[in-house]
Design a protein around this ligand. Structure first.
Ligand SMILES: Nc1ncnc2c1ncn2[C@@H]1O[C@H](COP(=O)(O)OP(=O)(O)OP(=O)(O)O)[C@@H](O)[C@H]1O
Ligand SMILES: [Mg+2]
Length: 279
């Protein structure tokens, strides 16, 4: 029998715990013809926050929808590879069954029900549950987001930041093992981004909820994640620990505000983007 190579410091398959989520070489096609994901793989360990980063159109939201099963509602399909969650294949499973297995997606753009109150929105999040602890969990959500308790009117009148908080609170009501978050920083001021990300970190730490976080705001995402993946055109092009990614020159240049001479022009670009997002 051959000895294992000495240079490989990774834990062996026998000792490493299986990741909670494992996406293996998936291909996703919309409308039977539009190939969007081209052999994408990623892993999310139990209890971790993992960031999935990339430019517009890279396929980040498509990846989350492939995992949550919501692709089906957009005529999309996983045509190759597999998605394994908690030891079982979930690709091809209906979205409501995936929620029952413990994955809840917070969609891009918040998607709360605007003509219902915050409380009604939170109750909706618990639709898969039959236990009687829903009231207690609503109080638990209010401890993270006290402003939601104060705002008793329709959710449509909440500020952008409050709607994002409500969307995360609604996800918590499902008591998920894992939350998929699609650009929670979108449209928020830098101060609110800080607040929302600090709460995301708290939720992960206190409740042990595993989080896969899609972001264009790489800096914010890498400040809370332990690992990150960078994708381009439907594939992962780089992955590593959050520290490794923060120190990587390409990542600095393209996603973190530029290195050296690039810094000035990127700053302008970033403030332009922010202005656009706020208005
Ligand atoms: N329902 C759909 N039908 C057809 N093509 C789609 C559909 N949804 C997304 N696409 C295409 O798939 C590609 C990836 O889109 P996706 O929304 O996953 O990217 P993204 O990385 O989330 O981008 P963004 O940062 O802009 O949100 C894009 O080219 C997009 O036009
Ligand atoms: Mg997207």
């Amino acid at each position: 029998m051959e000895a294992a190579p000495q240079t490989d410091s990774r834990p062996s398959a026998a000792t490493a715990p299986a990741p909670l989520l494992s996406v293996r070489n998936i291909e996703v096609v919309y409308d039977d013809v539009i190939l969007v994901l081209r052999g994408l793989s990623l892993e999310v360990p139990q209890g971790a926050i993992v960031a999935l980063l990339g430019a517009n159109g890279a396929g980040k939201s498509t990846t989350l929808k492939a995992i949550s099963g919501l692709l089906k509602t957009e005529d999309g399909e996983v045509t190759r590879g597999e998605i394994v969650f908690d030891g079982e294949r979930i690709d091809g499973t209906d979205p409501d069954k995936i929620v029952r297995r413990g994955i809840f997606q917070v969609m891009e753009g918040r998607r709360i029900v605007s003509d219902m109150t915050s409380l009604e929105n939170l109750r909706l999040g618990a639709f898969t549950r039959s236990d009687r602890n829903v009231a207690a969990d609503i109080e638990m959500v209010y401890t993270y987001f006290p402003r939601l308790k104060e705002r008793t009117g329709l959710a449509g009148y909440l500020s952008g930041g409050e709607q994002q908080m409500l969307a995360i609170g609604r996800a918590l009501m499902a008591r998920p093992k894992m939350i998929l978050m699609d650009e929670p920083s979108m449209g928020l001021s830098p101060l609110l981004v800080k607040e929302v990300f600090s709460i995301i970190k708290q939720i992960n730490r206190d409740l042990g909820v595993t989080i896969l976080l899609v972001e264009q705001n790489a800096r914010a995402a890498l400040s809370v994640a332990s690992h990150g993946y960078i994708m381009e055109q439907g594939k992962v092009v780089l992955d590593g620990t959050a520290d490794e990614l923060r120190d990587n020159e390409d990542v600095k240049e393209f996603y973190l505000g530029g290195a050296g001479d690039q810094r000035k022009s990127f700053k302008n670009l970033k403030s332009f983007k922010r202005r656009k997002r706020w208005l």
